[in-house]
Write a protein that binds this ligand. Structure first.
Ligand code: C2E
Ligand code: CA
Ligand code: CA
Length: 274
């Protein structure tokens, strides 16, 4: 059906096995949070200019007692397609806000932010705005300290609705970042219609920054564009010193990646802040 009207495919065992695997995963995902199989880890985000710790991205982890850790790349799509991401997403939001509210003040003054991923499925739910404001109220976290990461793909599904929702969220002080920038249907039209506070350059651009002049040119151009729009740029997937040096030279705002720190447990991140 995806391939078009007059297209047919032969049945194969792999397709059936894949469908079975997804169905089993969906069943296992139900109640996974309540069973204590899920947790949230925090990957530090640093200011590029002086490598000061500024905040963290909240990332979901799922560990099954029998199978061990299941990668988000496998279970997030299943959670999205089954609609389970809506419940799980609320838990992540609440957990991240509660955690961030307990963080100590930064050495330079002010408080660290926490950045939470919001999937397209969650954006289409009219309850999202209330879920966000409830999480802020219950935790006592200042709205400015909560950042939401939304993908362009989620935005283009319904640009009018997304623009309205994100404007309301920004209206109460929550910051919005466009995630995986450059990988979807990147269109300047989205940046015109949907107001955001920052762009996260996808790690596929950062990976070859030192070897591929094309990726360097695109990354530099994205940073220049963001700055003339008055919004910040976060480079993710920084794995080498050389990549960081280059991003600092080009005046990128924030960096995140294994070279700086892997994702940490809530306790480890609090200790790092301390
Ligand atoms: P993402 O939003 O692009 O998150 C960044 C991913 O890059 C994380 O993978 C992180 O661990 C990984 N990463 C960070 N630094 C580096 C690096 O230097 N090199 C490399 N190769 N990778 C790095 P993770 O945690 O496996 O998450 C994968 C994806 O799952 C996320 O991609 C996001 O789309 C989704 N996801 C994770 N948590 C949530 C959540 O709570 N809600 C939703 N809706 N999606 C989530
Ligand atoms: Ca993200
Ligand atoms: Ca990303």
């Amino acid at each position: 059906k995806f391939a078009g009207k007059n297209c047919y495919r032969f049945y194969s065992h792999e397709v059936a096995e894949d469908a079975m695997r997804r169905m089993r995963m969906e069943q296992n995902l139900r109640g996974a949070w309540e069973r204590g199989e899920m947790s949230v880890v925090y990957q530090p985000i640093y200011r590029t200019s002086d490598r000061a710790l500024m905040g963290a991205e909240a990332l979901l982890r799922w560990t099954r007692p029998t199978e061990g850790a299941i990668p988000p790349e496998l279970f997030i799509p299943v959670a999205e397609q089954s609609g389970l991401i809506e419940d799980i997403g609320v838990h992540v939001l609440q957990a991240a806000c509660a955690e961030a509210a307990s963080w100590p003040e930064l050495p330079g003054g002010g408080h660290a932010f926490v950045s939470v991923n919001v999937s397209g499925q969650q954006m289409r739910n009219v309850a999202l705005f209330t879920q966000v404001t409830d999480a802020l109220r219950h935790s006592g976290l200042a709205a400015e300290r909560l950042h939401l990461e939304v993908t362009e793909t989620a935005v283009i599904r319904d640009v009018t609705h997304a623009a309205d929702l994100l404007a309301r969220l920004r209206g109460v002080g929550v910051r919005v970042w466009l995630d995986d920038f450059g990988t979807g249907y990147s269109s300047l039209n989205h940046l015109r219609r949907v107001q955001v506070d920052g762009l996260k350059i996808d790690r596929s651009f950062i990976a070859d920054l030192l070897e591929d002049p094309g990726d360097l040119a695109l990354t530099s151009a994205t940073m220049a564009m963001a700055h003339s729009l008055g919004i910040v740029v976060v480079a993710e997937g920084v794995e080498q010193r050389g990549q960081y040096d280059l991003l600092r030279e080009r005046e990128g705002d924030f960096v995140q990646g294994y070279w700086l720190s892997h994702p940490l447990s809530a306790m480890e991140f609090a200790r790092l802040l301390d």
